[in-house]
Design a protein around this ligand. Sequence first.
Ligand code: LMR
Length: 398
Amino acid sequence: MRHFDAITRVPGDPILGLMEAFARDDNPAKFDLGVGVFKDAQGLTPVPAAVKQAEQRLVERQLSKSYVGGHGDAAFGRLICELVLGSASPLLVQQRAGATQTPGGTGALRLAAEFAGHCLPGRGIWLSDPTWPIHQTIFAGAGLKVSHYPYVGADNRLDVAGMLATLETVPQGDIVLLHACCHNPTGFDLSQDDWRAVLEVVRRRSLLPLIDFAYQGFGDGLEEDAWAVRLFAAELPELLITSSCSKNFGLYRERTGALLVCSHDAQKLLDVRSQLAFLARNLWSTPPDHGAAVVAEILGDPQLKSLWIDEVEAMRQRIARLRSGLVEALAPHGLSQRFAHIAAQRGMFSYTGLSPEQVAALRERHSVYLVNTGRANVAGADEARLDVLAAAIADVCR
Ligand code: LMR
């Protein structure tokens, strides 16, 4: 008897697949606007200097590779809570918030999904339409009913009224996943007034927010990007936050992230965290150490932290320059109005409004790679060749 005969092939991941297709393309003039990684002026995804220095210190100092505990490195957990919630947050003083170290932000989402499936049975989860495709599969895979609220419509505009109207209909107790900043895939973020309106619905409907915070520092700044997270943490009794160090620390492959829980009461937090440790033990046992040790080294040292803050700010400013530069480069083609939203969006990604046919033509005719939904990773563009990119976009828009 053969056991594998009934197994069929599933398509490869569309975002990671673009990385492979780009690597295979031997056109030297190619553009990689696919997977969400930051690139510098040399087209490299650099290891930040603060990370390199922290790694050197760890190599010299580390005496053991024994396991870290179920919640990971305690210093990392404390420092990431401070980074996300603010070092003066009353939640930290009152021990009402804690972090569980996870393999990347995706690991944090997976842990949150398992937590919801095991500890909050019967709750559904509501995702923005559109959202990062893995949100859908992670939560469905954990057995949750997945529904969507409108976010960006067919006109490629933020639909806050539609979002609020749908959230008003969500069953009490359901979970709503919100993007803290730099919405993936669209780049359209809520204003502070919009966030306050969402908070009111969440409170009225007794929903449990899960805020995905994968791009802290890439929107308006490290502190500014945490504004909505901190508002929700201050105003609501309970909150889940997934934090990623992939982008802002450049630690992508080191898989470094955390699931933060905020609770109304320190004792209840311990109950919840006991469940998270149990679930994590069954998922990955204990988390990978290296990236979190690097982050703890940086955030725990004033000199390294200030170097890192400057490096994040430089990445953020480069992305902002790429956004405005691309819109300017589109002007000679009469397209600056049509693509003005690229400069107004935040973070790495832009929902460009290009159709799947135009995306295919960009790839075939110009070796420009973006996701077929029209999502472009602006942070992957080459600043010195924005005119070439603009000409390619103009060609497929004709
Ligand atoms: C992306 O959306 O491109 C990033 O979040 C990377 C990933 O894992 O998909």
